[in-house]
Write a protein that binds this ligand. Sequence first.
Ligand code: BGC
Length: 374
Amino acid sequence: MQTQYWQYDVMKAIGVSPGKPGVKLIEKSEPARAEGEIKLEPLLVGICGTDREIISGYYGEAPPGEEFLTIGHESLCKVVEGQSNELKEGDLVVPTVRRSCGVCWSCLHGQSDMCFTGNFKERGIKGMDGYNTERVVELPEYIARVPDGLGDVAVLTEPMTIGEKAVYQCLELQKRVEWGWDCKEGLECKKALVLGTGPVGLLASLILRLKGFKVVAADRHDDSTRKASILNAAGIAHLNTSNTSIDEFAGSEGKFDIIIEATGDAVVGLDAIPSLSPNGIIALTGIPGGSQVYQMPAVQIMRSIVLNNLITVGIVNANISYFKMALQHMLEIESKFPGLLERLISSKFAVEEYSAAFSARGADVVKVVIDWRR
Ligand code: BGC
C-alpha cells in the first residue's frame, strides 16, 4: 500500500536539481493553505519536451533557496480544501503554469503569459514547484474548473492552451484584413497547416477544425501511426514530409492561410514561411534547443514576408482565459468525435515508474502521463 506521506506533512515529489541532469523521487513539506487559497491534489500530470529539457539539465530553476524543483506543469487536480465562487471541494480542476511578476501591466491584469519584465515564475519550470507531488496550494484566479463529462482527458488542457492561444491570436491579428479569412467570391481562404503531430500539434489541428479550417498536419511518419489515425478520425489530412516536402505540397495543393509550428525544430519553422498565402500568419510555438544553423538566403525569406504582408508570431505560455477556452473546446470535440481525446493519452505510469515515463519515445507515443492515484 502507498504510504500516505501527506498525513505527516511530508510529501513525495518528482524532483530535479536544475542544471544537473537527472530526476528522482524526493520529499518536500506539504504547503500550508492561507486564507483564500485552494489546496489541490494532483491526479494526473503530463510530460512534455520542456520537462525533458529540465531533466537534461538545460533549463529550469528551483524555488529560491532550494536545491530541488518539483517538475510537472500539465496537470489535472482535485480540490481538497478551500473554496471560492467557482470552486468547491471535490471539483476537478486544471491550474495554469505562469505566475505574475507583480509589477507589469500584463501580469497585473491577468495576462502573465504576456509578461513585460520576464520576472514571472512558472510552476514546475522556473522558480516555483510544479504538480508532480501530493498536494499543491494555489490562488483561485489561476485555477480553471473542469466541466462535467471530461474527466481524465482534461490533463490535455495545458498543451491545448498553446494551440488555443496560437489560433486566437492569429484570428485577432487577421482583423487587419477586413474579411479575415472568411473569403468571398469563390476564394478558398481557410487553409491551415500544422507542423508536428505531438499533443500541441494534434490539439491545435482539432481547434482549427472546429473553427472551420481545412487542416493538413505534417510529420515525418507514414499513415500507420496512432497520430495519423487520430487525424483521420477528425477529418484532418496527414502529410508525411519524408515523402513530400511542405514546399512541394504547397506548390501542388496550394499555400496556407495559417501555419502553426509545433515541432520545436527551428529550420522546419522558418522553412515553412514561403508556403504562406498572401496575408498569411505563421505562429511559432516550439522552443528549439541545440545549435541549428539556418541556410536559407536571407533575401528570399524577407522578400516573402514583405511582398505578402506575412506575420510571424511567437506563442509562449497561456493565461487562464485560454484554459477556459480549451476546456470548452474539449467538450465540443468530445461531442463531435467521442473518445478521440482519450486516444491522445498514449500511456499512464505510476509514480514509482517515473523513470520509464520520462524516457517513453516513439511514433506512437503521444501524451505520457504520471498517475498519482495509482
Ligand atoms: C509550457 C509553457 C511555458 C514554456 C516556457 C512550455 O512547455 O507549456 O507554459 O511557458 O514551456 O517555460
